[in-house]
Design a protein around this ligand. Structure first.
Ligand code: HEC
Length: 278
């Protein structure tokens, strides 16, 4: 009898293990930070917002020179003008956002428990347009990226505090993003985590690989290689392509989930977008 109960208990434990063994987002976050801090002991936590420049002195010096005349300055002013330009109905973007859209970048993406999905800043900007009878803007560059750059700029110094509400759909979105980050893909069979966690600080061809901690604090980013500004999902697509995997569509549920996980991993760091990169 006792034996049987123990056996049943054993089975119950085995069944329970996968879920109870799954780390909570909070534990993931602590492990993630610890990993990078151990790996780059010379980089203070707050400095991870600077991507590759937080771990390499030579490229940092170059970048600091670039930042003296930031290439994204024009994008910010265009974004500001666009942000304040009334729609045909007389309203502006300010009407769609908390605090008139100023200083709120650190709250994106968030999980909307009514809609049951992840809302990124770019999605919210385009939905604001549609709600006001305007056409959607292109997702990856141009005016949408400029508006996002301006909104990030007004939020500089604010601390990221992405929440995972106690809703199974929010946890599922987080887990989906986490899976994307750790899953090997493409012909090169490499995960985001391979390049930006396990090999962070090493070189791939001429590029030094940045730590994923702090990745999303400075988006959108002006990239010399693009000759312009681009959104987070533009970068995701590029990084998927690097391993010869088929990129997902910008603002697909997959990339929004990835952004949700990826930004959550930068909680506690400040907004410093828009950024400038090679
Ligand atoms: C084969 C290696 C490789 C893989 C795999 C890879 N990336 Fe990258 N990624 C790079 C390189 C190289 C750069 C440019 C140098 C840098 O900043 O790391 C980069 C840059 C980035 C940046 C910009 C960093 C900054 O500071 O602006 C982000 C964000 C990023 N990758 C996210 C991802 C995500 C998410 C994935 C998985 C979908 C991924 N990468 C997969 C190589 C890779």
């Amino acid at each position: 009898m006792v034996k049987k109960t123990l056996a049943t208990l054993g089975i119950a434990l085995l069944i329970a293990l996968p879920s109870s063994g799954m780390a909570t987002p909070q534990q993931d976050l602590e492990d993630f930070r610890d990993y990078y801090q151990k790996r780059f002991p010379g980089t203070p936590f707050d400095d991870f917002i600077n991507g590759v420049y937080s771990i390499d002195k030579a490229s940092r010096d170059q970048w600091e020179e670039i930042e003296e005349f930031p290439p994204y300055e024009l994008n910010i002013s265009k974004g500001e003008a666009e942000f304040n330009k009334p729609f045909a109905n007389g309203k502006t973007y300010a009407s769609c956002f908390e605090n008139g859209g100023i200083g709120i970048r650190q709250n994106y993406p968030y999980f909307d428990t009514e809609r049951g999905e992840v809302i990124t800043l770019e999605l919210a900007i385009n939905e604001c347009r549609e709600a006001n009878g305007e056409k959607k803007l292109k997702w990856k560059r141009g005016p949408l990226a400029n508006i996002s750059a301006y909104m990030a700029y007004t939020s500089r110094g604010k601390v990221f505090d992405i929440k995972i509400p106690d809703d199974p759909r929010a946890i599922a979105a987080y887990e989906r993003g986490k899976k994307h980050f750790y899953q090997k893909r493409g012909q090169l069979n490499m995960a985001c985590a391979d390049c930006h966690k396990f090999y962070a600080g090493n070189k791939v061809r001429a590029d030094l690989l940045s730590p994923a901690l702090g990745h999303l604090t400075h988006f959108p980013v002006y990239r010399s290689k693009w000759g312009g500004i681009g959104t987070t999902h533009r970068r995701y697509g590029g990084c998927n392509k690097q391993v010869r995997a088929k990129p997902y569509k910008a603002q697909s549920a997959e990339y929004r989930a990835l952004e949700y996980f990826h930004t959550y991993m930068s909680n506690g760091l400040v907004v410093n977008g828009p950024g400038a990169r090679k």
